[in-house]
Each structure stands twice: as structure tokens, then as C-alpha cells.
Design a protein around this ligand. Structure first.
Ligand code: PAF
Length: 301
């Protein structure tokens, strides 16, 4: 099986989509990625297929976006495997691929950046200055090229999903932003392209993230509502395993504003972690009161 068409420029992709919208049904599902695809990404492609039907069009993009990496981050060594990714996309039923080069997405003379306020001031925001501006900028470009579509993002990057929902609404993009549940490896580790950096020993330690979330989830299910207590349950597991912790936080699941430790989280709240195991930065989260407990255990081997 192979991808029906691969585009390298906005003009080529727009033309492929124009033809697809008239020769198939008009629905389009879009899965933006930075490549190094794993089962989590392929689940987004399959979700896209469900949303548009067999004769709709599923398009994925692969672009390692330089503007969302800080100067000391892993842009240069970010895993890249375009050939392998194309095979995986095709086997998951993706129709079109958009794989532009940096000079196409950021041509000489470009000056525009997109900034989403508020939602980016907490959680990963302070630890990755400029990151969400880079994400919002590239995704605004991609949304503008793709046009009317469902756009599917994984919930592992929960803050990114919240930012991109806001972006689509605020800029009137005809895009329906869809969040897909976290896909986990056996044992519970949330799938991420960066897991490729982990040694076997680090991978074992990284299981502490989902273990901590499971402990807090169990307490929440038993009636615990104090933000500080729920955070401490996660923190205890993560502290024992991680090399450094950026945050363990309980926040409102929509505004992403952190709860005071003494406050009650109510019946729905985000519990989120960012930490490093070895040099690898890992994220994980659960929405208490919304995600099922099974969302925290790995089913994939
Ligand atoms: O989640 C990602 O892989 C990236 O942040 C995205 C949304 C493709 C933008 O570069």
C-alpha cells in the first residue's frame, strides 16, 4: 500500500485537496505531526478515517518545526524517518502526505508569528519560552493550507490541544479540533517520539509517571478532592524516578489555571506532569472525572 499523493508545497497540497473534495466526499481529516511516527500517531490517522468515512480524505503532515524548539532543545537530533513514516501512514490508511521543507513553511522575508495568551502562561509555558508561539504559528499556517477539516491531536500534549482549540476558534479557521485519548505502551508509558531517546533502564523508571497518575486517580475515585493531596500522590512516584521535575500540577481542565493546594478540584480537573528521565523530557496527564481509569493502563505491546 502507498500514500496516494505526497505534496511538498502549500500549492500542491491545496490542489490535491481540491481534487479530493470533488472526486471523493468533501470531508477531510488532518493529522499534523513532526514524524518519527508511532502507534499514537497512527491512532490519530485511524480516528480521522472514522470521522470522514471510507471515501473521505485523510491527510497527514510531517514537519519538524524549527520555531517550536528552544536554542538548547533537541531540534537537530529529533528523530527523522520519512521513508519509514510513509509506510506506516499508508498502512494506517492515510491518503495524502504533506512534507514541506523549512524554507517553504518559513520563506525568506516571513515576519508573522501567532501567540495565544493565557493558556500558555502555566504548565510547559515557562519551561519552554517561545514553544507555543512556534506551535501556534506553524499550525495556523497548516490550517490555512488545509481549509475545512477535522484536525486530530493527541491528548498527551494536553496544553497544546487547548491552545490549538483556542487558535481555531479565535482565528475563525473552519477546522474542528478533535482530541484523541493518550495511547500507552504496555505498562502505561504514554507514547511519544521522544521515548526513542530512553535507555531500557530509563524506560523502566518512566513508568512512574502513569503509576503516579493512577494513584491519584484511585484517590479521586475514592472521593479525595484536595488539589495538594492529589498532586502529592503523583509527586511521590515521579520524585523517586525522575532526574528533574518541571511540574506536577492540578489545574482547571479548560482554563489550565492551577488550583491552590488547599482548594478542591471539584468533579473535573487536569493532573499533569512534565519531568526529565535522563535527558529526555516526558509529559503525561489525566483528566480526573472525565477520562476513564483504563486510559491510564497500557494496552499496546
Ligand atoms: O504535536 C506535534 O507533533 C507538533 O507540536 C505539531 C502539532 C505537529 C506542530 O508542529
Amino acid at each position: 500500500m502507498c500514500i496516494r499523493d505526497s505534496s511538498k508545497t502549500p500549492e500542491e497540497l491545496r490542489e490535491s485537496l481540491r481534487i479530493a473534495r470533488i472526486s471523493r466526499n468533501a470531508r477531510v481529516a488532518f493529522v499534523p505531526t513532526m514524524g518519527a511516527l508511532h502507534e499514537g500517531h497512527l491512532a490519530l490517522v485511524r480516528e480521522g478515517r472514522k470521522l470522514v468515512g471510507d471515501d473521505g480524505t485523510v491527510v497527514a503532515s510531517i514537519f519538524v518545526n524549527p520555531t517550536q524548539f528552544g536554542p538548547n532543545e533537541d531540534f537537530a537530533r529529533y528523530p527523522r524517518d520519512l521513508d519509514g513514516d510513509q509506510t506506516k501512514l499508508a498502512s494506517a490508511g492515510c491518503d495524502l502526505l504533506f512534507a514541506p521543507e523549512a524554507r517553504v513553511m518559513y520563506p525568506e522575508g516571513e515576519r508573522t508569528r501567532v501567540r495565544v495568551d493565557g493558556l500558555t502562561s502555566g504548565l510547559c509555558g515557562p519551561f519552554r519560552p517561545g514553544h507555543f508561539e512556534g506551535v501556534a504559528t506553524v499550525v495556523a499556517k497548516l490550517f490555512s493550507i488545509v481549509g475545512e477539516a477535522y484536525a486530530i491531536f493527541g491528548k498527551k500534549d494536553y496544553q497544546q490541544l487547548a491552545v490549538l482549540r483556542r487558535l481555531a476558534t479565535d482565528l475563525f479557521f473552519p477546522v474542528n479540533v478533535v482530541g484523541h485519548p493518550i495511547v500507552r505502551e504496555k505498562g502505561g508509558l504514554a507514547m511519544s517520539s521522544r521515548n526513542a531517546y530512553l535507555s531500557p533502564e530509563e524506560r523502566e523508571r518512566a513508568l512512574a509517571l502513569s503509576r503516579g497518575l493512577r494513584a491519584a486517580y484511585a484517590a479521586f475515585s475514592g472521593g479525595e478532592r484536595r488539589a495538594g493531596t492529589l498532586v502529592d500522590l503523583v509527586q511521590k512516584e515521579v520524585e523517586a524516578a525522575a532526574d528533574t521535575i518541571d511540574y506536577v500540577a492540578a489545574t482547571d481542565a479548560d482554563s489550565l489555571v492551577a488550583f491552590d493546594p488547599e482548594a478542591s478540584v471539584g468533579d473535573r480537573a487536569l493532573l499533569a506532569i512534565a519531568c526529565r528521565v535522563g535527558k529526555t523530557r516526558l509529559l503525561d496527564n489525566v483528566v480526573l472525572g472525565e477520562d476513564p481509569m483504563t486510559s491510564l493502563s497500557g494496552s499496546h505491546s
